[in-house]
Design a protein around this ligand. Structure first.
Ligand code: PGA
Length: 230
């Protein structure tokens, strides 16, 4: 099965000019690129000839109306997005996103015909206190309540591994894949995120047989990212 490599640009690059440069440098790859909302339209237009698919980093669950500052699934679909990252730990931490919010967003995204990439994962403290499975269980039970697992991608992103250079061991990522499969379904697509880079990517994809990677920091470095996508 083809691996799903997702670039999460987060709140980068700083300007449209830099975004255009970065996109041009990686457009030969087969990846999903999730830029900030404001770059999506132009990248969608530039994208016609490339193998890139577009995604967004967030969405609101309502379809339209008086929700200042928010963006709907339909708006993102209209710009050519196919995937939406939901419940990233940075959104949970800085914007107080709850599993209940995640659940509403996942439903709205599926309803619009797009594919949600739902992030789950534990903090360092939770792992040290043997709470990892409990945390995942809650995020899955509440965040994915009444969701058809065949319509989503789950990103296992241990929070202690995100942006730290301290990537999860390959064997442990594989074990966590099995834990998540037990909580959901054998067939659910599971990708890994957290300091994924060109050196460890193959371990997650081949050895642990994960379905793909969610790449933050390394997706901003074209040479590194191209090595990850192969
Ligand atoms: P990182 O981020 O690759 O920089 O650790 C991954 C993510 O937050 O999705």
């Amino acid at each position: 099965m083809k691996k799903l490599i997702v670039a999460n640009w987060k709140m980068n690059p700083r300007t449209w000019q830099e975004a255009e440069e970065l996109f041009n440098a990686v457009k030969e790859t087969e990846a999903v690129i999730c830029p900030p909302f404001v770059y999506l339209r132009e990248l969608g237009i530039m994208n016609h000839e490339s193998g890139i698919r577009l995604g967004a980093q967030n969405v609101f669950w309502e379809s339209q109306g008086a929700f200042t500052g928010e963006v709907s699934s339909l708006m993102l679909k209209d710009l050519g997005c196919e995937y939406i990252i939901i419940g990233h730990s940075e959104r949970r931490k800085y914007f107080n996103e709850t599993d209940e919010n995640v659940n509403k967003k996942v439903k709205a995204v599926i309803e619009a015909g797009l594919i949600p990439i739902v992030c789950v994962g534990e903090t360092e403290g939770e792992r040290e206190n043997n709470k990892t499975e409990e945390i995942l269980e809650k995020e899955i039970k509440d965040g994915l309540n009444e969701i058809d697992y065949s319509q989503i991608v789950i990103a296992y992103e241990p929070i202690w591994a995100i942006g730290t250079g301290n990537a999860c061991d390959i064997e442990e990522a594989e074990r966590m894949k099995e834990v998540i499969q037990k909580m959901t379904s054998k067939n659910v697509k599971i990708i890994y995120g957290g300091s994924a880079n060109a050196d460890n990517a193959d371990g997650y994809l081949s050895q642990a047989n994960l379905d793909g990677l969610l790449v933050g920091g390394a997706s901003l470095k074209p040479d590194e990212f191209k090595r990850i996508t192969g």
